[in-house]
Design a protein around this ligand. Sequence first.
Ligand SMILES: Cc1cc2nc3c(=O)[nH]c(=O)nc-3n(C[C@H](O)[C@H](O)[C@H](O)COP(=O)(O)O)c2cc1C
Length: 327
Amino acid sequence: MNRVCEILGIEKPVVQGSMTWITSAELAAAVSNAGGMGILGFNAGQTEMTPDPIETAERMRAEIKKTRALTDKPFAVTYMMPMPGDVFGEPLLNVILEEGMKNIFVLGFGFDPAYEAGVIRGLKEKGLTVLYRAIDANVIGSKMIEEAGADIIVATGADEGGGVSGSNTVMGTFSVVPMIADAVNIPVMAAGGIVDKRTAKAAKALGAEGVYCGTVFIASKECRAAQACKDQIVNSKASDLLQFKDGGNIWRSLPTAAAKRAFDAHINGEGGEAVAKYMNEHGGLCAGQLFGDLENGVNCTSTAIDGIKAVRSCKEIVDDLTEGVEW
Ligand SMILES: Cc1cc2nc3c(=O)[nH]c(=O)nc-3n(C[C@H](O)[C@H](O)[C@H](O)COP(=O)(O)O)c2cc1C
């Protein structure tokens, strides 16, 4: 029990990170029932997107209700920092409030902290507990987010899976976590490359008060990712990963046919648009991870996959991440 546990109302300071397509009520509830906290991410429980913002929000309402049926423990919903012109944020926030959610996970960008601080202030006025993660974590932004009332900051290093910050200075977890932990007084959770007790202990040593993990939970029994995706993670090494950059982010995928095309486009200097096209033209992350199509899709993971040696239950993963760590 530490500050993160007290703030979120959980037993163990382990949060299952928001991951597009592959989170669901089952995964979030399994992590929460194991004493950590699950998060419903973009497209949680879905197999296709809808362009309708109200329908998107209502689908999340259904997933919240489904999660509640599986656990009486706290969990959170992902709220993307609404940028000018965004039409999805407001209906989703209404659902989050109507459903009486306490904890909200906010995905920020980090490059306009004054604007983002204003959004955080608004969420705090509505009584929400805010867990904030910037794609591009930085000291000035983190201080402003703290001042705005955020409860916890997640500091993410480039060891992470999914989209990695594409800014000029790409920092690893060992650099980002102490930098942010020294800058703010609210608790910091570490993200990026945390998959087992060793890496969790390192996170603690760096100043984190908890761990925020994505990739290791893909390789969990309760994750709805396809078995082929999980098997590829368990059977691969970090040195297998192909790295490429689209317009905004760096991505790393295990070697699917689509990833090889995106990688070649990157190496040949065809530009971010071409890279994004090859990565996503046949379904991208949804095809690779949700449906297990390792030809047409991509399987983006952390660089710490050598530490993932089996598909385990969420309880086994949460227990491992907290074993021997004096949080
Ligand atoms: C496949 C995949 C998809 C992700 N999608 C999202 C997302 O939609 N929103 C978000 O905030 N973070 C996303 N993330 C980042 C995770 O929430 C988390 O920060 C990251 O996985 C931590 O690093 P790790 O993978 O080394 O544990 C994604 C990560 C992965 C692996």
